[in-house]
Design a protein around this ligand. Sequence first.
Ligand SMILES: [Zn+2]
Length: 116
Amino acid sequence: MQQSLQPFQEQRQQAWRVFFAPTILVEGSFRELLIRCGKSNCHCQNEPAHPVSRLSHWEHGKLKNKVVRVADKQRIKSLSDNYKNHKRSLSQLLKVNKKEHQLLKKVIKLKSVPYE
Ligand SMILES: [Zn+2]
């Protein structure tokens, strides 16, 4: 029993470690893409050609996009990566809790004696 719970504790600790780390984050996912500028005789009319960095996140059910200034690019990308790690750890915790819950329910069954 003790042994089969061990992986849960480790996975939980791993997830918590991310939250305890003194990192800062920015909510949203960082993306680099090519866009069209809209000028009538620009080469980008055939194919989007102007690089732009965006930070997108959901707010009240709507996807909000913010343009990331070139000077902020590296910093925002890294803060967004931190955000991604936190979200990943959070869903890792949920998964672990769910598995643990199922296992503990089985334990209840195994420990129960029938009463006739
Ligand atoms: Zn253009």
